[in-house]
Design a protein around this ligand. Structure first.
Ligand code: SF4
Length: 407
């Protein structure tokens, strides 16, 4: 008999900050840039008022559904993630106020992971000491690449030296965990230059590294309720950049990561993420485990264990509704149930190094796909537990081929 899923109280909260000093042409996040982000026409103050209202309204709805925080049915949050955009543009006193508001309305466990995304530019990184004092325990720095011309070509505002300065300031500020975001498969960057850039990032001794291949959506009309339209200039930039990407070079970079990072003390724990022991992202793990995560801010996506919900990406529509004391417009969709949900969970679990138990995957009806993966060298027995399978390096390179046989 199919299991009936029930919504569960959130274990984490994602808070979207949509502001950036300028727009990078490859970016698909919900971002407003330029005059909206700083200066006399800045919309940051209005956003902060609105997001506090949304925190209250979402928490009140959860109080009704699960009981108030502290009750056994509504435990405090284990993680809070301030992502963007560039959340480090929010002044430290305002960050402290936001985090306090979340603590009041959602609760935060002792030792909760509170992550803030920061950019390294002098006019973007904010007051890192004040940020740590505000209650942020984990800083995730958008370094992308430690090579000046590649940064310029990506439209980034910072230099490699800015990344060095930011990491030193973050260490001095005392964050418990420091992560760097890097990109791979960059247009026109030869492998040797990319490998040198990786070494320069490793010299900063981060606790955690995320390395994603640059993905470029090329169609100009991909905007939706939860996304903003891509500017025409960005589409033209992407078309040029995509022509200068190289799949083989991207694969060579992943193979290099697989050797270089373990030698430097990092273990892969998810397809695109490596960490020193104890520094895995607890918030992202909630997504990979299909745990319930609430979300606030324009374009933010939530999951309650049964349904997905998203806010409109339109800052005016989002803020307008909240200024009238009502929840912002958006959408929702019940997630897959039954076999579809099992397939989704299996794919998410396979992204992680701990992999899946062969017998669990087989009894859920995926034995054939697992056997295909093992036969073709995409899956292999987990080194610490032969009853489990995990992706091989080849499997991480070709994961979509395996996943398409599951979903
Ligand atoms: S800084 Fe990050 S969020 Fe902002 S536009 Fe660039 S890629 Fe997008």
């Amino acid at each position: 008999m199919a299991e009936t899923l029930q919504p569960t109280a959130p274990r984490g909260l994602y808070l979207h900050v949509p502001f950036c000093r300028s727009l990078c042409p490859y970016c698909d996040f919900v971002v407003v840039a330029g005059a909206a982000a700083f200066g006399p026409r800045s919309r940051v103050a209005g956003y902060l008022t609105a997001v506090e209202r949304e925190i209250d309204l979402r928490a009140t709805a959860l109080d009704r559904q699960f009981g108030s925080v502290g009750a056994a049915s509504r435990p405090p949050l284990e993680t809070l993630y301030l992502g963007g955009g560039t959340p480090s543009l929010i002044p430290a006193e305002q960050l402290a106020r936001l985090i306090d508001r979340v603590r009041d309305r959602f609760g935060l466990t002792a030792g909760a992971e509170v992550t803030l995304e920061a950019n390294p530019g002098a006019d973007e990184r904010g007051d890192l000491r004040g940020t740590a004092q505000a209650g942020v325990s984990r800083l995730s720095v958008g370094v992308q690449v430690m090579e000046t011309s590649a940064l310029r070509s990506l439209g980034r505002r910072h230099t490699p030296d800015d990344a060095v300065t930011t990491v030193a300031a973050a260490r001095a500020a005392g964050f418990a965990s420091l992560s760097l975001d890097l990109l791979a498969d960059l247009p026109d960057l030869p492998f040797d230059a990319w490998a040198e850039s990786l070494d320069a990032a490793l010299a900063l001794a981060p606790d955690h590294l995320s390395v994603y291949a640059l993905t470029l959506s090329l169609s100009p009309d991909e905007s939706g309720d939860d996304r903003l339209a891509t500017p025409a200039g960005a589409v033209a930039w992407r078309q040029r950049a995509a022509a200068a990407q190289d799949e083989e070079r991207g694969a060579q970079e992943l193979e290099h990561l697989d050797v270089r990072l373990p030698a430097a003390g990092y273990a892969w724990y998810e397809i695109s993420n490596w960490a020193q022991p104890g520094h895995e992202s607890r918030h992202n793990r909630l997504y990979w485990e299909r745990a319930s995560v609430e979300a606030v801010g324009p374009g933010a996506h939530a999951f309650d264990g049964v349904s997905r919900r998203w806010n409109s990406a339109d800052l005016d529509a989002w803020e307008g509704a909240l200024s009238h004391g009502t929840l912002p417009p958006g959408g929702s969709a019940p997630t897959a149930a039954g076999e579809e949900a099992a397939a989704e969970s299996l794919v998410l679990a396979l992204r992680m190094a701990r992999g899946v138990a062969r017998d669990v995957a087989s009894s859920a009806g995926f034995g054939e796909a697992i056997a295909w993966g093992e036969e073709h060298g995409l899956l292999a027995a987990h080194p610490d537990d032969a009853t489990r399978v995990q992706l091989t390096l080849r499997g991480r390179l070709l994961s979509n081929e395996l996943f398409s046989r599951i979903v």
